[in-house]
Ligand binder design. Structure first.
Ligand SMILES: [Zn+2]
Length: 193
């Protein structure tokens, strides 16, 4: 059995633990309706959030984001967050809801931003895009392993390569990293984890 957890992938392999999340992406806020999404049977609600680098109306993004946070709160399911150039609004809006967990997927940001998310009890997921961003590598260095997830997202890569990068930056063995990430996953997604 694979010891890798891929917390966010657009190309499931079936080989690893791969989180199944459903939700309306901010890019689709003007294209999809909540009625077509089967929230009740998903492990998590996501990816949902805010993306100020895309051209979808910001108020519309916020509206559909809030409605899905309400659903996540109602169902008590973790949220996988997509947040691009919208850190302040995203962290303020999420703060109004009581959620079992929040995972910033594809986290890109400074160590100060990372710390603010950690202080709120949130998780940060790192992957292919991280290695091109020196400030995000710095943020990863400062993020405790208890709050880290790893992902392939939509990149042409494999989860083992992403773990390898994290072992280099965090100066830990692969085995130790695998156990820690599995613990994080079990804590959130196994009934009695
Ligand atoms: Zn995303």
């Amino acid at each position: 059995m694979s010891l890798y957890v891929d917390i966010h992938t657009h190309h499931p392999t079936g080989l690893h633990t791969e989180l199944q999340a459903v939700g309306i992406h901010p890019w689709d806020a003007d294209k999809r309706s909540l009625k077509e999404v089967d929230f009740a049977h998903a492990q998590a609600i996501g990816e949902i959030g805010l993306d100020y680098a895309c051209d979808v109306d910001v108020e519309l993004q916020k509206d559909i984001f809030r409605k899905q946070l309400e659903i996540a709160q109602e169902l008590q399911k973790p949220v996988v967050l997509h947040c691009v150039r919208a850190f302040e609004d995203a962290i303020r809006i999420i703060g109004h809801y009581t959620l079992p967990a929040v995972i910033f997927h594809g986290f890109i940001g400074s160590k100060e931003q990372a710390q603010r998310a950690i202080d709120k009890g949130y998780y940060l997921s790192f992957g292919d895009r991280t290695w091109r961003s020196p400030k995000t590598i710095e943020a990863l260095r400062n993020t405790p392993l208890e709050r880290i997830f790893i992902e392939t997202d939509d990149a042409a890569t494999t989860i083992d390569k992403q773990y390898l990068e994290v072992t280099r930056i965090k100066q830990v063995s692969l085995k130790y990293l695998q156990m820690q990430i599995l613990n994080n996953y079990n804590k959130l997604f196994l009934p009695n984890g």
